[in-house]
Design a protein around this ligand. Sequence first.
Ligand code: ADP
Ligand code: MG
Length: 236
Amino acid sequence: MTQMSMLSMSGVRKTYSTGVVEVEALRGIDLEIENGEYLAIMGPSGSGKSTLMHIIGCLDVPTAGSYRLDGTDVSKMSEKQLAEIRNQKIGFVFQQFNLLASLTALRNVELPLVYAGVPASERKERAMAALAKVGLAQRVQHRPGELSGGQQQRVSVARALVTDPALILADEPTGALDSHSTREILDLFQELNDSGRTIVVITHEAEVGEEAKHLVHIYDGLLREASPAAVTGARR
Ligand code: ADP
Ligand code: MG
């Protein structure tokens, strides 16, 4: 493994202890992602996708193994340190958009910059630019309830972009969208990747997985290589 990787995981395991039984959700994940990658991780329900997403996204830490994100060892960080890393390095896109209903699109997109302590005038400028990038310059004063599902997801992509993160991490980003809006979001990801953004998409939909540059499958807590570049040491 090189030091240059955007993301580098080695022997990552995650065991959930429920008191009675232990569930091994991840059983030794080796994954390396370079800058500019567009990777899809596909697997059926219960295969460990969300668990892996939580670890990649610094929402949780592994039980064992190492994880470096953009040069920083994050596998043993405290809650507080993880929160800071998340804000600095990762833009999240979730299935259910996770927008605040009472706030305009503009305010929603500004939020990560509020947490990062960016001054108000700069916040507004950057949020406007991010909304323009996703094609919503004409909708900045709309609230989520006044936008279609596809538009809401584009607002959340703008929110993910606004901090200029090292990685965009999407968990079932089209899971709540119709086929037209799905196409729009996939085209947007393509465009963002073409302009150099690193993207990881977690999905159970083949249509979404096949759009990415590389595709890996997850089964029963282990990665299997679908294209050679991304996985090292995976079982075949
Ligand atoms: P997926 O997102 O692919 O459906 P998950 O990562 O949610 O898979 O789950 C992987 C395995 O870990 C499943 O067997 C699931 O039941 C178990 N699991 C997930 N989260 C927890 C938890 N918080 N406590 C106990 N078991 C869990
Ligand atoms: Mg899941």
